[in-house]
Design a protein. Structure first.
Lengths: 284, 187
């Protein structure tokens, strides 16, 4: 009888050890299971992701984990996104950035995978994800600067999610020399023009007609978030010593988006998004 | 008299339970078959998407390795077979053939370092492997649903209804052994 119980116990242990890989429980946006990030870095990434969620509604999970023999890093990323439900349920706008390091940390066996939810496949096609990894993350990953890699990767992807950049901008037809040249000329003309305009706005001396020199500026009323301010510029002619005062308006202070999203701990769980294996990855 | 009435009521109840079980099970088969079909169509979409990518990839490779003609023909043939395939079984077979032709192409690519660093090629390879990842996710989901469906068809007593309504087992999407050991090109 005891033997049978022993065998049962042993086989149960055997099954638990050799069973399939299980999706771990999430902690926050950033899930640094293998401790490659400092506490401050983790907090900063959580703050960044939380502001991305406020700004665009998209959810991003960062996962650092060891590679497994049972399952590829890509499969892990897909499982994680769908089990945790990263992204809003009706929009599927989730991203999982998975860093899988081999236990012996041999170069070439480590892998970065970015899994893209169904709803973001249009703004972040696989080719673009690959390019973002190459351009914004790869060197930092190689140098083990995982925080910098995550940060600049998230920043780059956010530009596409928020619509600031379009995926088509990234396509391989931007080597159009003539159009680049055209823009350089346009920018050049604009710079010259604005120099000229600011020069013209300097008043001339009443008696000799020479352009006056700016002595100082006084601010009468400071600009606030809600109202614009006023100031006075004092000019003096360098030749005849005539003075001239000119009022000007200080424009309202624009409220930067960085001032919101103070706390890094506004994580309320993921929204139930799903994905079907989209995205790209690199070994390093 | 009373005994007869009770017997009648019991009989009616049994008949009602029997009917509701019949329709319930039948409807379950309908719903399951529908999700088998829809998960298959996801595989189908991604296979076609992959077939669409292939001419671009072949053209890019040709720019660097024009002399590897045999492989280009093999890929082109496998691709047109996939596009022409009708039934699920034919498509799976053609897709597996395309897998092996493509993996030979990717072995060739290894010999051309300039090609590997070509940005357009990298982008196309990302799209290709993204599509392959989607196929493997869709395949896993398809096989899971087929497993549910086939189990229900074989199990007693729902197998009676499956037999009566003419439901047959669905094929799994299996990967051939050689495909599992294919050389992987990593970027």
């Amino acid at each position: 009888m005891k033997k049978i119980i022993m065998i049962l116990f042993l086989s149960a242990a055997f099954i638990t050890v050799f069973s399939d890989w299980n999706v771990p429980k999430y902690i926050n946006y950033v899930n640094d299971y293998i401790n490659v990030l400092s506490d401050k870095q983790e907090k900063d990434l959580n703050t960044l992701i939380s502001s991305v969620e406020k700004q665009t509604g998209s959810e991003i999970a960062v996962v650092t984990i060891n590679t497994s023999d049972d399952i590829t890093p890509k499969e892990m990323a897909t499982e994680i996104l769908n089990t945790w439900g990263v992204g809003k349920k009706d929009k599927d706008n989730g991203l999982v950035i998975l860093l899988a390091l081999s236990s012996d940390n041999i170069s070439g066996k480590n892998r970065i995978e970015i899994e893209v939810g169904y709803g973001l496949e249009g703004v972040l096609p696989d080719g673009l994800i690959g390019r973002i990894i190459d351009d914004n993350m790869y060197d930092n990953l190689k140098a083990k600067n995982y925080y910098d890699a995550f940060y600049s990767g998230i920043e780059a992807m956010t530009k596409y999610i928020s619509g600031e950049f379009k995926a088509s901008d990234y396509e391989e037809n931007s080597f159009n020399v003539s159009s680049d040249f055209f823009w350089i000329i346009m920018v050049g003309i604009f710079i010259i023009f604005s120099f000229f305009a600011s020069f013209l706005s300097i008043p001339k001396c009443r008696s000799c007609g020479k352009r006056m020199k700016l002595l100082n500026t006084n601010i009468i009323e400071r600009a606030t978030y809600t109202s614009s301010g006023r100031g006075i510029k004092h000019y003096r002619c360098p030749r005849c010593g005539n003075t001239f005062e000119k009022a000007y308006i200080i424009s309202k202070i624009s409220r930067g988006s960085g001032s919101s999203g103070r706390s890094g701990g506004s994580f309320k769980g993921f929204g139930g998004g799903s994905s079907g294996g989209g995205g790209a990855g690199r070994s390093f | 008299m009373k005994k007869g009435l009770i017997a009648l009521i019991v009989l009616v109840i049994i008949v009602i339970i029997g009917f509701s079980w019949y329709f319930g099970t039948y409807n379950k088969f309908v719903a399951l078959e529908e999700s088998v079909n829809s998960s298959w169509s996801e595989i189908d979409n991604q296979m076609l998407r992959r077939a669409d990518l292939i001419p671009n990839i072949v053209n890019t490779v040709k720019g660097y390795a024009a002399q590897e003609k045999d492989i280009f023909t093999a890929v082109a043939e496998a691709r047109s077979k996939l596009i022409g395939a009708g039934s699920a079984e034919d498509k799976i077979a053609a897709n597996n053939e395309l897998d092996s032709a493509l993996s030979r192409l990717l072995v060739v690519v290894e010999n051309y370092p300039e090609l590997k660093s070509d940005k357009l090629f990298t982008q196309l390879m990302d799209e290709l492997s993204g599509t392959e990842n989607r196929i493997s996710v869709a395949r896993k989901r398809y096989n899971d649903i087929v497993k549910d469906f086939n189990t229900k068809i074989k199990m007693f007593p729902s197998n009676i209804i499956a037999g009566m309504s003419g439901y047959e087992q669905k094929p799994y999407y299996e990967i051939p052994d050689y495909a599992k050991t294919n050389p992987q090109v990593n970027f």
